[in-house]
Design a protein around this ligand. Structure first.
Ligand code: URA
Length: 437
């Protein structure tokens, strides 16, 4: 195989043979194909898509780039939840322990920040000592003993996605339906789960900006899941403003703890409960999604979810005391309020800009080898439909570096749009997509 020929073929809109796709993914994973050629191919896929033969081959090659876990010896129903990526999207962090507290097992392989969106692994690693690079044996023990364990791709689980994900993050090739679908499903199918709920985000902070695109992504994901024997359901949910008030790794852990205590922001709690309800229903731990929601709320109210979180953090090497004292999390040296330049109703939030401002602040990566600063981020005060006066804070910025602050401020200055009338806001949960829809 000549990689330049493969790139040229895809660039010119030709369909790649499944065997060629398998070879490319294998050779990129083992280092034979260099980053620059894979980056060019990813851009060609971004521009021309993958057809119905190419997509299963691409997703399958990513899945089989490593081991597929066999958890059949672990008693219990194994379920998972995954989001297509958003800003302030910390839902997996409270949801995994809540679901585990309700009796299902959650073997979750998560991602890092991607483009303007944050990543569950980066957030969890802001907990002092928390490890997401566990061996597969330890991961399985975590699932068995605690009920929930969250790790990243290892060299043995979906390693192709780990490399491709990092490359897409810095080559403007993220927002592609087939690449997102293959990335998510290669990780999820490697987990040995029987059911999966997907949170497909739509709006200004999502990779899918329109409902039609999000629906297409949701259907693609559900089809890949069901085609591989995993009961898969997707919720289309609104991403036209950050989820909750916290954006930034350690700040989002703080807010996740609030959700576990039943004291989280309404939207964050609503999403956790809705996704958890579907998850428990799919995992046969509830008779329907609404029964599942009741059980998740009970696990919040009783403290059982928070206790599971403590256990999960301790098992993964972190300090479980953060659950009771979030001040143990890293905090930025400085804060400043970013004031509204005028008065009016918040009619739009360019959530992608808010996410990118977080990256510029140091909370995400501009190059794949970059370290991130866990402490920086935003507390969002002005939400869609809110009325603000001139000078009211739109966000509080937590920062450690003045030059980075200036770059983040420049982006934030055009992220909020104010108008004279209170806008209609889209519902938080838009649609439920199953294999039949
Ligand atoms: N989440 C993933 O795991 N992969 C993507 O490509 C996008 C979101």
């Amino acid at each position: 195989m000549l990689m330049a020929d493969v790139i040229r073929a895809k660039r010119d809109g030709e369909s790649l043979e499944p065997a060629v796709i398998e070879e490319v993914i294998r050779e990129y994973t083992d280092g034979t194909v260099p980053d620059y050629q894979m980056a060019a191919l990813l851009m060609a896929v971004y521009l021309n898509g993958l057809d119905q033969r190419e997509l299963p081959a691409w997703a399958g090659a990513m899945l089989h780039s490593g081991d597929v876990l066999d958890l059949s010896h672990v008693p219990g129903v194994k379920v998972d939840k995954h989001s297509t990526g958003g800003v302030g999207d910390k839902i997996s962090i409270p949801l995994a322990p809540l679901a585990a507290a309700c009796g299902v097992l959650v073997p979750m392989i998560s991602g890092r920040g991607l483009g303007h969106t944050g990543g569950t692994l980066d957030k969890l690693e802001s907990i002092p000592g928390f490890r997401t690079d566990l061996s597969v044996d330890r991961f399985v023990r975590g699932v068995t003993e605690v009920g929930a364990c969250l790790i990243g791709q290892t060299d043995s689980l979906a390693p192709a996605d780990r490399k491709i994900y990092a490359l897409r993050d810095v080559t403007a090739t993220v927002a592609s339906i087939p690449l997102i679908a293959a990335s998510i499903m290669s990780k999820k199918l490697a987990e040995g789960i029987s059911s999966l709920v997907l949170d497909v985000k739509v709006g200004s902070g999502a990779f899918m900006k329109t409902t039609d695109q999000a629906r297409e992504l949701a259907r693609t994901l559900v089809t890949i899941g069901e085609g591989n024997g995993v009961r898969t359901t997707a919720l289309l949910t609104d991403m036209n403003q950050p989820i909750g008030c916290a954006v930034g790794n350690a700040l989002e852990i703080r807010e996740s703890i609030d959700v576990l205590r039943g004291e989280g922001p309404l939207d964050t709690t609503t999403l956790t409960v809705a996704l958890g309800g579907v998850l428990l229903w799919l995992g046969e731990a509830a008779s329907d999604p609404s029964d599942g929601e009741t059980r998740i709320k009970e696990a919040m109210a009783s403290g059982a979810g928070l206790e599971k979180f403590r256990e999960m953090v301790a098992f993964q090497g972190g300090d479980p005391a953060v659950a009771d004292n979030p001040d143990l999390l890293p905090a930025a040296d400085s804060r400043m309020e970013f004031a509204s330049p005028s008065a009016g109703f918040v009619t739009a939030v360019d959530t992608e800009k808010v996410g990118m401002a977080g990256v510029l602040l140091g909370g995400g990566r501009a190059r794949k080898e970059d370290d991130i600063d866990p402490a920086v981020g935003f507390e969002v005060h002005a939400r869609l439909g809110d009325e603000v006066d001139k000078g009211d804070p739109l966000v509080t910025i937590h920062y450690n570096d003045d030059a980075r602050l200036a770059r983040a401020q420049a982006l934030l200055s055009s992220a909020w749009t104010l108008g004279d009338e209170r806008p209609e806001t889209a519902p938080l949960i838009r649609e439920l997509i199953t294999v039949q829809t």
